[in-house]
Ligand binder design. Structure first.
Ligand SMILES: [Zn+2]
Ligand SMILES: [Zn+2]
Length: 349
């Protein structure tokens, strides 16, 4: 842990808020990789959504009892978000839990949900504790009408029907811990295969991965299943992607969009977004905003429309471009391949 994180973790919530505010005011946040040699002609903004509904919270250490409520909030918010993104013509990578592609599911003959799926062993991580019962014990095994927090085929259809060219990405089938420690390769493969199968029924090819709860791992499985990219925090908020040892494009994660626990005003939130946009444009790097569709109502109604308006303004004045994770990964690989070819040529001339 670096010194900054050590100091920060020792502060009260109120003081953490003050510290971040100070860093934004003084221009120390967002941190930018100023040494990066960018292949881009403009800064690039990416939006991704962790679309997960009740699945994300069922083993949460602090919010397990809210799982269904969170799912319903997401259900309510997704159409509002789609309307906003359509108004500003901004595409999003919707990293979707595979089970949400279903309209219904049924218990197997042994009484268990999804007998076809392997399960993780018991584990505890930073956010979740799975210590008894079956991994799918909360699955209602009904349908979208009876239990609308657990199924969302209809919402995925709404995303696909939008005039904006959104991307559907992957957030695993059952929102499990994807680390090497808690997810053996056979389980990772089965989770991805299940997602690929249900997505194919809607003619979707999954290319982009968002690891549930930041549980990074099993990159080899992603490579084998022909994914191209994933979202990951880097040392700088605004940075360049890189191609990892598996040939996958790692895309920086910059800022989560939601109400803060510190009581910041709408004006301060927008000031912060402006700082991210200014630096992204200036250094021609990548800034990746992500959010949970279950975001706070105040943020959704008061801040999100102005965030999108600002992004659209920057795009209209040609300071930035907006891309999905998949588009960015393809473009980045193309540009780095061109640079390599050029460098290779230069060596012999
Ligand atoms: Zn199910
Ligand atoms: Zn998640």
């Amino acid at each position: 842990m670096n010194v900054y994180l050590k100091i920060r973790s020792a502060l009260s919530d109120k003081n953490k808020g003050r510290l971040t505010r100070f860093l934004i005011q003084t221009g120390l946040k967002p941190k930018v990789n100023k040494r990066a040699v960018t292949p881009f002609k403009q800064g690039i903004i990416v939006f991704s959504a962790d679309f997960e509904m009740a699945w994300a919270f069922r083993f949460s250490k602090t919010r397990q009892s809210e799982a269904v409520k969170k799912g319903l909030e997401e259900r309510e918010n997704v159409p509002v978000l789609l309307g906003l993104f359509e108004q500003y013509n901004i595409p999003v990578t919707w990293a979707t839990v595979g089970h949400l592609f279903l309209n219904e599911c049924k218990q197997g003959s042994d009484g268990l949900p999804h007998p076809e799926m392997p399960r993780p062993g018991f584990f505890e991580n930073r956010n979740w504790n799975f210590s008894s019962g079956d991994w799918y014990q909360h699955d209602p095994c009904t349908n979208v009408i009876s239990d609308p927090s657990w199924y969302a085929s209809d919402l995925i259809d709404q995303i696909l029907a939008s005039k904006v060219n959104h991307e559907i990405g992957c957030h695993t089938f059952s929102h499990l811990d994807f680390t090497y420690k808690n997810c053996p390769k056979s389980l990772a493969d089965a989770e991805l295969d299940a997602c690929i199968r249900v997505a194919a029924e809607k003619n979707i090819k999954l290319k982009s991965m968002v690891f549930p709860g930041g549980t990074f791992g099993n990159y080899e499985s992603l490579k084998e299943k022909v994914f191209t990219c994933y979202r990951v925090p880097m040392n700088n908020h605004i940075d360049l992607p890189y191609v990892d040892s598996n040939g996958l494009v790692a895309i920086p994660s910059s800022l989560g969009l939601d109400k803060d626990p510190y009581g910041w005003s709408k004006e301060f939130h927008l000031k912060m977004i402006r700082r991210f946009l200014e630096k992204t444009a200036k250094y021609k790097l990548v800034c990746h905003f992500w959010f949970h569709p279950s975001m706070d109502e105040w943020y959704l109604e008061n801040v999100m429309p102005d965030v999108l308006n600002l992004v659209a303004e920057y795009r209209e004045s040609s300071k930035i471009q907006v891309k999905t994770m998949g588009q960015l990964a393809d473009e980045f690989k193309k540009l780095t391949a061109e640079t390599k070819r050029r460098e290779g040529r230069n060596k012999y001339t």
